[in-house]
Design a protein around this ligand. Structure first.
Ligand code: GLP
Length: 288
């Protein structure tokens, strides 16, 4: 696991957008796993900007979203179908036929979940999975007690998740009580994953996810088992990490994607933010 701490939320979102852009340049037909949530909005804004300003090309990529509410149509403003179209798909040159989200209106939800897994496999698996994190440590909608080997399935949403997401609906009782989500096992099988968390309210759960013991009660601890996981945080979200100082002094040692060069996000050395650097080989800054 690699932890990258950025000075603020804007720079953290930029680092995630840059990471995705590099993955796409290295493999234009990449299969991207996508996430929703307020944290992701500024990532999508930046990707749309990169498409407009830098011709970042989405025409050959495929996408699979983590989750969707049960019982909402794609046109419902509360649905993740709607969110993705509004925030991202409509702003870039992606072929809408290559974008996939679970269908929360499917008559046979179990079959929908099985088919979603089959579709991911048929596309060759997910190259890069982008993740947010819920206040209870959920990934997608894998609520506490989700098995680390779980697959795409219907989940009943926890009280904490309903409280977190209800403000996004016109009234709290319009928020669905169930969702289809990729499983923890599905996420762990992705070739690379990239989690973004910002803000003080995520600091406690981030510390548990990164430094705490593995537990099915906190789904995000499963990422400690992922062979290629990068976590990008702003300073607020990183503020409860015990080894914060250690993470801030280490520039990631492995190139995330086989790009010719890579941009290392601004790091802090002795408390002073350093300028963004483009490096061609791993660099260790300060004491490990
Ligand atoms: C929802 C999504 C999660 C996401 C979470 C974070 O619950 N199902 O995939 O990680 O929101 O939300 P936010 O970024 O708004 O804190």
């Amino acid at each position: 696991m690699e932890v990258i701490i950025q000075p603020n939320a804007q720079m953290a979102a930029q680092a995630v957008a840059d990471f995705i852009a590099r993955a796409l340049c290295a493999k234009p037909d990449a299969v991207l796993g996508l996430a929703t949530g307020c944290t992701m909005e500024s990532v999508y804004d930046r990707l749309v900007q990169k498409h407009r300003d830098e011709d970042l090309d989405f025409s050959r990529c495929h996408t699979f979203n983590l989750d969707e509410y049960v019982g909402l149509t794609a046109d419902d403003p509360g649905s993740y179908h709607y969110f993705m179209r509004q925030r991202f798909f409509d702003g870039v040159n992606i072929d809408q036929r290559n974008t996939h989200l679970p269908d929360g209106m499917a008559e046979d939800l179990e079959a929908e979940c099985v088919n979603y897994e089959k579709l991911i496999t048929a596309c060759g698996g997910i190259d890069l999975q982008v993740l947010g994190i819920g206040l209870n440590g959920h990934l997608g909608f894998n609520e506490p007690l989700s098995a680390f080997r779980s697959r795409t399935r219907v989940q009943t949403l926890s009280r904490m998740t309903r409280a977190q997401n209800a403000p996004l609906f016109p009234s709290p009782n319009q928020m669905p009580r169930r969702a289809i989500t990729m499983g923890v096992g599905t996420i762990l099988e992705t070739r690379r994953c990239l989690l973004l968390a910002t803000g003080l309210e995520k600091a406690g759960i981030i510390a548990k996810a990164i430094e705490g013991p593995l537990t099915a009660m906190i789904t995000a601890t499963a990422l400690q088992l992922h062979p290629a996981c990068t976590i990008i945080l702003d300073e607020d979200a990183a503020s409860h990490l015990r080894e914060n100082d250690h993470y801030q002094r280490i520039v990631p040692a492995q190139t995330a994607v086989p790009a010719v060069s890579r941009t290392i996000p601004a790091q802090k050395i002795n408390g002073t933010p350093q300028p963004t650097a483009t490096l061609r080989k791993p660099l260790l800054v300060g004491k490990p």
